[in-house]
Design a protein around this ligand. Structure first.
Ligand code: GLA
Length: 404
């Protein structure tokens, strides 16, 4: 579907924004390591002390007896990422502030039961179709397909049993983890048996890279993302309204009352959706703009500034927490990104810090194709055919302002 972005091209590009970034490439030349015994870390060797370790520990059992594991990716620079095999969920991202103080910047739970019972997609792999498809209906090659309606009148995030609710098989790879899942023909109403790999890798420079790869045996649609809720001051620390966001997007896709795009590509200029200059997330979040009112905050797809059809890996966002100095730069090959400010968080969910989560306590940057693309011929296509391979890459790169 899209050309794979070569790692050398990626690291050349990253070197452009990260001082000393040329070193970022060193971790990728490592040989694949055999997986160690439970909970004992694997040190990937072969370069100058920047090895990323991958370790595994039990994370509980589903009602049907399936054992779930948690993998911990850790580098030598204070960053740790934890991922469970249930939903491929990123349960924790620990990263230093400008003083080297570590905090978990990803909302989540401290136990499997809560993820199964009540997670609003915290940290999960989303598929087969990230975001909404109007009335759960689309037509492809003359056949109309019906998907489960699980969000008002629409189908959201792959349906009732989306990719976020399946158990993925895990393989340790250099500096990370490859998760695999086969979605059978007709699952959640989608045509074609789809084989999906999602690879999480941690770099020695505090970037979490996510590579998606999928194939199908029948024409189908696909839109994959990761649904991490970020709070750069740490999960459970309150709202993100003072955190500053820049988005490489001069346009967005306004929605109807059910959060389905109207089909219009609208300029952000002069609206609360203008993040083309770094702006505090909360500055305009209570303005009486009709789009803000519909979503009770931000829950919109931004159209990334890039030439039509371009799928190179580019920097699309920078988020900054002035209090801690933490910075999150996002890179993607995708044409869109969903900015969601946790508008449905209502104080009933409790995170690992034993604090409740409320509206505005996080932001997501769900890199994606636009919502409801199968019903909008003018939007970039989300069709995947048996002759094609779907690939997509997103990088969440953390740093700290002023950190030595
Ligand atoms: C996406 C959607 C939101 C909401 C969240 C999960 O961001 O656009 O409306 O469904 O996922 O709660």
């Amino acid at each position: 579907m899209r050309p794979l972005v070569s790692r050398s091209k990626f690291f050349r590009a990253l070197a452009w924004i990260v001082p000393g970034g040329a070193l970022l490439g060193v971790s990728v030349v490592l040989a694949v390591m055999a997986f160690p015994a439970a909970a004992s870390p694997t040190h990937n060797r072969g370069h100058k002390g920047d090895g990323v370790t991958v370790s595994k520990a039990p994370y509980g059992t589903l009602a049907d007896g399936t054992a779930i594991d948690q993998y911990t990716l850790a580098n030598q620079h204070g960053m740790t990422v934890k991922i469970i095999t249930y939903g491929g969920i990123v349960t924790e991202i620990d990263t230093p502030d400008r003083h080297g103080k570590i905090a978990n910047v990803a909302l989540g739970f401290d136990n499997l039961a809560d993820y199964v019972a009540k997670s609003p997609y915290f940290g999960a792999i989303i598929g087969r179709y990230a975001n909404r498809i109007a009335k759960g209906t689309f037509t492809l090659d003359g056949t109309t397909y019906h998907l489960p309606i699980n969000n008002g009148v629409n189908s959201l995030h792959g349906g009732i049993m989306g990719f976020d609710k399946h158990v993925w098989s895990a393989t340790v790879v250099p500096d990370g983890l490859k998760l695999s899942y086969t979605s059978v023909d007709g699952e959640e109403g989608y045509p074609g048996t789809m084989k999906v790999d999602v690879t999480y890798t941690l770099t020695s420079k505090n970037a979490l890279r996510i590579d998606y790869h999928a194939t199908t045996d029948k024409a189908t649609i696909i839109n994959l993302t990761n649904h991490t809720y970020f709070n750069l001051a740490g999960e459970g620390s309150g709202d993100v309204f003072d955190q500053v966001l820049w988005l490489k997007a001069h346009n967005y896709t306004p929605v109807d009352a059910t959060l389905i795009p109207t089909g219009v590509i609208a300029p952000v200029a002069g609206t609360p959706f203008d993040f083309t200059k770094p702006t505090a997330i909360g500055l305009r979040i209570r303005e009486a703009d009709p789009q803000i009112v519909i979503a009770q905050g931000y829950d919109h797809n931004f159209v990334i500034d890039r030439p039509a059809g371009d799928s190179s890996l580019i920097l699309i966002s920078k988020a900054f927490d002035p209090a801690s100095g933490r910075v999150l730069k996002t890179w993607t090959t995708e044409p869109g990104v969903q900015l969601y400010t946790g508008n449905f968080l209502d104080g009933t969910l409790v995170g690992p810090s034993h604090h409740t989560y409320r509206q505005g306590d996080a932001f997501t940057l769900e890199t994606q194709h636009y919502p409801d693309s199968p019903n909008e011929p003018a939007f970039p296509s989300t069709v995947l055919r048996p002759s094609q391979t779907f690939t997509s890459t997103t990088v969440y790169a953390f740093s700290a302002d002023g950190h030595k």
